[in-house]
Design a protein around this ligand. Structure first.
Ligand code: PXP
Length: 240
């Protein structure tokens, strides 16, 4: 069964626009779970532009809620992540000025650092995934680094689909990378920029077992409500 992780960062973005308390990401996490999310994803960024330390602490303490924490390799962030002790961690690259995570990790450059971080998380029983571009080399490196999962960055295919450009080459690449990762024993996730259309395309790839979707879900909820949108995504993922 494919799983849906709902990223609620942008509930915090809306809350922060007023600098007050509403809407509360803690409530959104509980509500998303009740509406069919298999897990909740939050990105505790170094600049704390959306999710705050307090949000992360409260969300990670919700009973029976699977939390996937996205975090950079900054040592301070790694220590925060270990304290928060979420169920899952996805290590992502982070640039201070980017609007959102622009690409996958540079595994080659950060090999030894990542190996140590993954080991620290593993010792705490935290499942770790690496956010990577769809590339054979990065899949093989992820396996060598002993990550349990890879999350394939779907930003490129999402942009191609949205701008009605030919996406077949990128789709094939993601499919081939998913097959390779799966055959190497890695769990395959996908995320970034996904909407109904791209999720429908990628849901046909059997090897992908988890989708992490945020901005589109929160945006579409303005019109149709969070519960309805989550249910729509669950249907798409199930149907294939
Ligand atoms: N997966 C990862 C690793 C991400 O960094 C993000 C963005 O924070 C997402 C999924 C969700 O992307 P989007 O908000 O575009 O759906």
């Amino acid at each position: 069964m494919k799983r849906l992780g709902v990223n609620i960062d942008h509930v915090a973005t809306i809350r922060n626009a007023r600098g007050e308390y509403h809407p509360d990401p803690f409530f959104a996490a509980k509500f998303a779970k009740k509406s069919g999310a298999n897990s909740i994803t939050i990105h505790l960024r170094e600049d704390r532009r959306h999710i705050s330390d307090n949000d992360a602490k409260r969300i990670c303490s919700i009973k029976n809620l699977l939390v996937n924490l996205e975090i950079s390799t900054n040592p301070k962030m790694i220590n925060s992540a270990l304290k928060l002790n979420p169920n899952f961690i996805c290590i992502v690259p982070e640039k201070r000025k980017e609007i959102t995570t622009e690409g996958g990790l540079n595994l080659k450059k950060n090999k030894s650092k990542l190996k140590k971080i993954i080991l620290r998380f593993k010792k705490k029983g935290i499942r770790t995934s690496l956010f990577i571009n769809p590339s054979f080399e990065d899949i093989r490196l992820s396996k060598n680094l002993k990550a349990e999962c890879v999350e394939i960055h779907t930003g490129k295919i999402s942009n191609l689909v949205k701008s009605k450009k030919n996406h077949s080459k990128e789709l094939k690449k993601i499919k081939k990378c998913s097959v390779l990762a799966f055959n190497l024993g890695l769990e395959v996730h996908a995320g970034h920029g996904l909407d109904y259309k791209t999720t429908k395309l990628l849901a046909k790839i059997n090897e992908i077992s988890e989708f992490n979707i945020g901005h589109y879900i929160v945006g579409e909820s303005v019109f149709y409500g969070l519960s309805k949108v989550i249910k729509n995504f669950r249907k798409i993922i199930k149907k294939k």
